[in-house]
Design a protein around this ligand. Structure first.
Ligand SMILES: *Cc1c(COP(=O)(O)O)cnc(C)c1O
Length: 389
């Protein structure tokens, strides 16, 4: 069902696990548990129970009638991940991994977060599933995201501000890994995107594939055929791999990932080992990761999940870039025509659809993954529009 490669977690040349020995042992134990539970009927039943009763799945595949008519080309459908509890796709993966943690007998979950979205999703589901939760966050991010810190604390999580290093996301990852190695018997490290050493990219693929399993069933019901294209935004790659996965074998379905031009990992990256796995990465001449600067916090990452690097190199998926200006226009356009304020991340996918749809026939179909809602972004968009960027 997915590209889960037999042994070592490689997608072509990409992926793998480049970590110290102690951590390798922890990852192997995780891999064994994942392989055992991914096909366990009881586990799956529980996972789908929480998706339905807590997350609110299945969510709709909404026909964007006004946007379609306005653009005058392909019929556009929106996969409504914005309607999930907590307002984005991240919760699908979080619920799955916490369930796995409990099956493995873990007493606590740890995670790192940058802007706070993954931390809030993790703290949310940990509260519901009654498991101890610690979130590592760089001190700079703690300062900038004080409301998200408060949310996590309301949900009962402990937020640890990381002062080491530069106090950024990378330093939070390092501290979380230290915690994991010291407490591996009781602790589960929950990764929020399709990145990291094996087996994380495959685990996240697995738990996000519910997006395209639903959308495929829904489009067949509504249109009686598969879409011509599926479009999703790409940060680390989890909503995109979830939106693509059920169509990977359907070679006539174009799979398109949209990146910010300021963080165009797949368009401009080169192979490198970063954060324990081999993938494409934006780097300088000396091979150091380049800083990125997207208006969407969730896309602000110089690396990318290894499966996307493979899909790009093998030609199965296409990756395009969109500019800040196009994203802000798309954000406003879909707000006005469809009454949906999208996350800035999702507006990257919409921005590409606005270019793509008019070039396609009227009987073609595009599914765009609306990865999240935009409430978190309205203040920032107001500021950007006033600056007239
Ligand atoms: C975090 C986030 C993303 C980016 O992460 P991926 O792993 O690439 O999906 C995209 N959209 C929303 C709404 C997010 O919260």
């Amino acid at each position: 069902m997915n590209n889960y490669s037999e042994e070592k977690g490689y997608f072509g040349e990409f992926g793998g696990s480049f970590v110290p020995e102690q951590l390798q042992a922890v990852l192997e134990r995780l891999d064994e548990a994942f392989l055992r539970f991914k096909n366990d009927p009881e586990f799956l039943q529980e996972y789908h129970y929480y998706l339905k009763e807590y997350v609110g799945r299945e969510n709709p595949l909404t026909y964007a009638e006004r946007l379609t008519k306005k653009l005058g080309g392909a019929r556009i459908y929106l996969k409504r991940e914005d309607l999930n509890h907590t307002g984005a796709h991240k919760i699908n993966n979080v619920v799955g991994q916490i369930l796995l943690a409990k099956k493995m007998g873990a007493a606590r979950v740890i995670a790192e977060t940058g802007a706070g979205q993954h931390g809030v999703a993790t703290a949310t589901a940990c509260a519901m599933m009654n498991i101890d939760c610690t979130i590592y966050m760089g001190k700079e991010d703690v300062r900038r995201q004080e409301l998200n810190v408060f949310r996590m604390e309301l949900l009962g999580a402990e937020v640890v501000a990381v002062n080491q290093g530069g106090g950024r996301l990378k330093d939070a990852v390092d501290e979380a890994l230290k915690d994991l190695v010291a407490n591996y018997e009781s602790t589960f490290y929950l990764i929020g995107s399709a990145v990291g050493p094996h087996p994380y990219p495959s685990i996240v693929h697995y738990f996000q594939s519910v997006i395209s399993e639903e959308s495929k069933r829904q489009i067949l019901e509504k249109e009686g055929c598969l879409p011509d294209a599926v479009v999703a935004c790409v940060g680390g790659g989890s909503n995109a791999i979830g939106a693509f996965s059920a169509y990977l074998e359907d070679k006539d379905v174009r799979l398109i990932g949209a990146e910010p031009v300021e963080a165009a990992t797949l368009t401009q990256g080169k192979p490198a080992v970063l954060h324990g796995f081999n993938s494409l990465c934006l780097q300088d001449d000396e091979g150091n990761p380049l800083p990125t600067e997207s208006i969407a916090a969730g896309l602000d990452y110089p690396g990318i999940g290894p499966e996307h690097s493979f899909l790009k190199i093998s030609g199965r998926a296409e990756y395009v870039t969109v500019t800040k200006k196009e994203v802000l226009e798309a954000f406003q356009e879909i707000s006005r025509t469809e009454g949906i304020i999208p996350a800035l991340e999702s507006a990257h996918a919409i921005a590409h659809v606005i270019k793509l749809a008019p070039s396609l026939q009227e009987d073609s179909i595009i599914i765009v993954n609306l990865s999240g809602r935009g409430d978190k972004d309205v203040a920032e968009v107001k500021r950007l529009l006033e600056l007239n960027v």
